[in-house]
Structure formats: structure tokens, C-alpha cells
Design a protein around this ligand. Sequence first.
Ligand SMILES: C[S@@+](CC[C@H](N)C(=O)[O-])C[C@H]1O[C@@H](n2cnc3c(N)ncnc32)[C@H](O)[C@@H]1O
Length: 276
Amino acid sequence: MRLPVRLTNVQQTLLLTLYLRALESRSTTPVLGDPMAERLVACLDYDFTRFDSKRGDPLVALRALSMDRQVARFCARHPDAVVVHLACGLDSRAWRVDPPATVQWYDVDYPEVVELRRALYPERPGYRSVAADVTEPDWLEGLPGDRPTMVVAEGLVMYLPDAEVERLVTRVVGHFHEGEVMFDVFSRVGATVMRCQPSFRATGATIRSVLPDRRVVERWSPRLRFIAERPVLGEPEVVSLPRKTRVFYTVLRSIPALRGSLRTLHYAFSDDNTHS
Ligand SMILES: C[S@@+](CC[C@H](N)C(=O)[O-])C[C@H]1O[C@@H](n2cnc3c(N)ncnc32)[C@H](O)[C@@H]1O
């Protein structure tokens, strides 16, 4: 029997990203490959055809791949790391990155989403899911603050008001002793394009935050130091996409106003940064 899905608008966006990863995974030459997404789509009692686009859009898979790479690099460098995966949705990042059990991994999302996750995912050593609204302060209290920590949020901050994004980032940077924080943002053009997509409109969600300038984030805390800004269209795997999509993305990324439509922002945080 398939599991019923009862999610509100912003929560429903996780079904769109899940479906796009499943479609990409089913393609003949996937760049990400996410068999868990394929399996979950088959397990849910939900009409995914409302998101249909004939070939799917591999941008979500490229974004996931880019973030997986950074999380895997962090875990390889810090076998005692804590990974805090905010707004995890039904994403299988912990399974794709597959860190050793010495890494403590926390997947965080709304209670309705975490309940669904718990019904679908097996347990794994070092892994816990946390049911919380990330804009509330208390969920952080149970998480260890004294280990190198990677905080990753994919497809989250665009749904929060700007002031909440700042509060969230300063809160996590204040709780954990040292580490890195990474999240993706739309440019104004990217947000406009997204708002016009029928598949996105089908979720009923609203895009609230656009961060036009990476330097804005550094001003939120003296503990933050910029590491990198990565346009998703700039990922090296674009060259491995099917021909039509590859040509389309190559044209898009050659246009400066479009190249950064969707990009990840990546920062380090520690007390050391306050002295430099
Ligand atoms: C676009 S989906 C992304 C899900 C997942 N990261 C992925 O890539 O498939 C947005 C996610 O943000 C979560 N979310 C939005 N606002 C949140 C909040 N205030 N607290 C916890 N989760 C939130 C939603 O429940 C949803 O799972």
C-alpha cells in the first residue's frame, strides 16, 4: 500500500525536488543518480504528474551533487563531524554521501515531513531526524556544539523572509563552535523564472528571499568568512548532460545575468575569523 501524503504548500516543494531527482536518476546518463528518490516516488500515494515536464530538469540534481561534494569533503576532513541538514525534505543526502558512523548526522524539517521520512527511511548509525520549524530557536539545544559542524540547507532560504534567513544563520553560527555553512539562493531573475514555472506553481509555495550579494551574509556575523559562490549552471557535470539540455544550459551560463540564477553560497565560521 502506498503512503498518503498530507503536506502544506512549502512542504510540497519537497515532492517536486524529490520527483526531479527521481526523473534524473531514471535517465540514461544520470549525473547524480538517486535510486532512493526513485523508490520513494513509487512508495507515495501522490499524483506526481502535476509536476510533469517531459524530460525533467536536471538543475536540482546538479545542485544536490554540488552540495553532496562539499559535505563529503567536510566529512572526509573531519571524521568526528556533525552534519546538520536543514529542510532535508525526503532527500537521501546522508545515504548518497554515506559518511562513517563517527559522523553525527541530523536531518531537520517540519514534524509532518519528518514523520513521513521516518515511515520511509531505514535507520542508519550516527543518523537522527529532528522534527522542528528551523526558524524556532529551541531545536538547536539538543545538538552538540563542540565538534566541527557542516550546516547545509538546500532549497530552504528562498522560502523564508530575509530577516528569518539572517536570524537562522546567526543562530547556527552562534551555536556551533566552528565549521561551515552552505545554502542556495536565487537571483532576482532566477526567482522570477521559478515563479513562472507551472511545476513550481502547482506547489502553492511563495518565494520570499533573494540574496543578490554574497557580502550581505558576511555582515551578519564577524565569525563568518566567505569560502565560495557556485552557480549551479557552472558545475562541471553540465558537459555530461544529454545534448539538448547541455546546449541549453551552456547558453544560459554564458549570459552573465542568468549564470547565477541559482547558486550556492558557502562560508566558514569560527572565532578565528573575528581576529582577521
Ligand atoms: C524545496 S524543498 C527542499 C527539500 C530538500 N532539501 C530537497 O532538496 O529535496 C523545501 C523544504 O524546506 C522545508 N522547510 C521550509 N521552511 C521550513 C521551516 N521553517 N522549518 C523546517 N523546514 C522548512 C520544507 O518542509 C521542505 O522540505
